[in-house]
Design a protein around this ligand. Structure first.
Ligand SMILES: [Cu+2]
Length: 655
């Protein structure tokens, strides 16, 4: 009986008993209808959010023999990769078209934790490696993809664990950073001289740099170090070398962040953590901010571009796509050490558009791909996402939205080799619909930094049965080597690439007339690894980090409603070029979580353009039309809501 009494006393039942009239039934039906409408709306919008034409699509998870910690797209279109720790000397060849993995000849040394970049002839130069955690190998090797063989080269000056390799405009390769043994940096950069098969030591450029620094051959012939330190600088690689300061980035140290040169001399930095590489006491969450610099400017400065929209991340990969956009995959949003599993994996991917400076949420990975994960662009326009120390040996392949936008243009013929500045013919039945031609260097990636990828946008014109394309003429912006040649139609759909070697009469890179004398950078203390903690391969379940009360960074767990932030003021807009306007404003709030930037073409109908992080007071709006006036306003945001708008500022882009 008891249950019946209890049921009878349910509050919902009472009004129904009290009123059996038609109006009550109508009310119930209208509620039911509304529920149905809401359910339908949710279903439709989530279906839309999952539409591959909008967010792309991941393949099912493939089981691989090991974790792909180092991965390289070879001139053959196949992927060379190898795993971590004791399995390091297991180079494996993945054939994307057959989806098979084949073990290759062992190197004879553990090349886990090495640096790598391609030589102009398509061979991969591998430098350094793993004696034990924090202790690097001095060995160097060349891998030849035409016969899958390894050749040992003269040793380097000393061991390197976590160095970066960079292909230089003259076809040599810079090897920099890495540690010799716990607490001892290899401070001497070295240049592999391809022609003589020997090392040249940059004895005048000693500097302790963090692990796997973000190095890029720059338009002035020097090599730009974009991070992860806040101080960014040029390395002159001629003679015995030398450093000069460029500009400080805005956010600060971005350890385990990533960086891409997304256009000639233009570099993007995103995410990362200010904490030490293997810090176990980190309480600051990885940043969602991103910033850009244009090295073509006489006085390059870092400016914030839009922040990642799904939140902060570290240990992610950033991949340049055939259409010039940048895909960010994987990573962790937690404060944990890289030596332990993620407390908050970033499954959602994001795509940055250099023309708008904004990010869009893309499809989600199935598996956490953070520490020791890799991602690289395949010639068919898909992106391989593989590895990670804390997951089963596996890989997934991402198909970007452009593969769901109709039929693909095809390349029926292209030369295998072109010289700098050479005009060449690309056969395609789709010539009239081609709106873009890009060259993306075959790439070489590990630990979240791709040491090889870059993009070149050759000039082209339509011809009978194809396109006349002019090869890039500047080896500073297009170092010699193998590139994927993509043609894209007006829907932004890329062809399958033809892999082309750019070499031949490479003009001697102009030694840059060093610009304004700059102060010699003081040797930054490297995040010296504590000698003890060995990154164990065992994915130990991380003890949940106790929320450390921190004055600055930890989001306060107070349940009290937040008051809306104070509105920003003094918004200014300044034209930086014919396609860029820089904004800056005054932050009057101490409790905002972001600033929203709005833009209008007539001063009235504003649309949200970007969101940047708390305490950020600048934004660079890129991809604009020349001689066009744009209006902007900004407001601060937090959980309590939006502030009032700032003043409206406008600027007209240069002609
Ligand atoms: Cu590692």
């Amino acid at each position: 009986m008891k249950p019946l009494i209890g049921w009878k006393s349910l509050p919902l039942r009472r009004p129904l008993e009290a009123c059996s009239c038609a109006s009550e039934r109508l009310k119930v039906r209208s509620i039911a209808l509304r529920c149905f409408a809401v359910a339908l709306f949710i279903a439709v919008s989530s279906a839309k959010a999952q539409d591959p034409a909008t967010v792309g699509q991941f393949s099912s998870v493939m089981t691989w023999p090991y974790k792909a910690v180092h991965a390289h797209l070879l001139p053959t279109g196949k992927v060379l990769w190898w795993p971590s720790f004791d399995n390091g000397d297991n180079p494996t060849l993945w054939d994307p078209s057959a989806n098979t993995n084949t073990p290759l000849t062992h190197v004879g040394a553990n090349i886990f934790c090495s640096g790598h970049a391609f030589l102009p002839n398509g061979q991969l130069l591998v430098a350094g490696g793993h004696i034990s955690s924090w202790t690097g190998l001095p060995n160097a090797y060349r891998f030849d993809s035409s016969n899958n063989t390894w050749t040992r080269l003269p040793d380097m000056n000393n061991g390197r664990w976590y160095p970066t390799n960079t292909t230089l405009p003259n076809g040599d390769v810079l090897v920099i950073s890495g540690i010799i043994q716990p607490g001892v940096n290899n401070v001497e950069p070295q240049v592999w001289q391809t022609a003589t098969g020997s090392w040249r030591n940059l004895t005048a450029a000693h500097l302790a740099l963090p692990f796997y620094p973000f190095m890029f051959a720059a338009p002035n012939g020097k090599v730009f170090c974009a991070g992860p330190s806040q101080t960014t600088r040029y390395l002159n690689v001629t003679g015995t070398g030398g450093w000069s300061s460029v500009a400080n980035s805005n956010y600060g140290t971005r350890n385990w962040g990533s960086s891409v040169m997304y256009d000639d001399g233009k570099v993007l930095l995103m995410g990362g953590s200010p904490c030490g590489f293997y810090a176990t006491d980190c309480t600051t969450y990885p940043t969602e901010t991103a910033e850009i610099i244009d090295l073509n400017s006489p006085n390059p400065v870092w400016t914030y571009t839009g922040s990642m929209v799904t939140g902060g991340r570290k240990l992610h990969n950033a991949t340049l796509l055939p259409d010039g956009k940048v895909l960010v995959t994987g990573g962790s949003r937690g404060t944990e050490s890289a030596n332990s599993n993620s407390t908050d994996p970033a499954y959602e991917c994001e795509l940055w558009d250099p023309e708008t400076g904004t990010w869009r949420t893309m499809a989600s990975l199935t598996i956490y791909r953070g520490y020791h994960a890799t991602a690289l662009l395949l010639p068919d326009g898909r992106v391989l996402s593989a590895g990670c120390e804390y997951v089963a040996n596996s890989a997934e392949i991402y198909s970007p939205p452009y593969l769901f936008h109709g039929s693909r243009p095809t390349i029926t013929s292209a030369p295998t080799n072109v010289a700098y500045g050479q005009s060449f013919f690309v056969g395609t039945p789709d010539a009239t619909s081609i709106s873009k031609v890009t060259l993306i260097a075959v790439s070489s990636v590990t630990h979240g930094f791709n040491m090889g990828q870059r993009i070149s946008r050759p000039l082209f014109s339509q011809a009978t049965g194809g396109l006349n394309v002019t090869a890039p003429s500047n080896s500073n912006t297009t170092p010699p080597g193998y590139y994927m040649l993509f043609i894209l139609n007006s829907n932004g759909v890329p062809s399958v690439a033809k892999i082309v070697q750019i070499n031949g009469t490479a003009p001697t890179p102009t030694p840059s007339p060093s610009p304004s004398p700059t102060a010699t950078p003081t040797a930054t203390p490297t995040p010296t690894p504590p000698p003890s903690p060995t990154p164990t391969p065992t994915p130990s379940p991380t003890p949940t980090p106790t929320p450390t009360p921190s004055a600055t960074s930890t989001p306060a767990p107070t349940p009290t409603p937040t008051s809306t932030p104070a509105a920003p003021t003094n918004l200014t807009a300044t034209a930086a070029s014919s396609s860029q306007i820089n904004l800056s404003w005054t932050d009057n709030s101490n409790n905002e979580t972001s600033f929203k930037v709005y833009r209008s073409k007539n001063g009235r109908n504003f649309k949200r353009l970007a969101t940047v992080g708390a305490n950020i007071t600048t934004f660079a709006n890129t991809g604009l039309r020349a001689s066009t006036t744009y209006y902007y306003r900004v407001r601060a945001h937090n959980n309590g809501g939006n502030s009032d708008y700032s003043n409206t500022a406008s600027a007209t882009t240069n002609p």
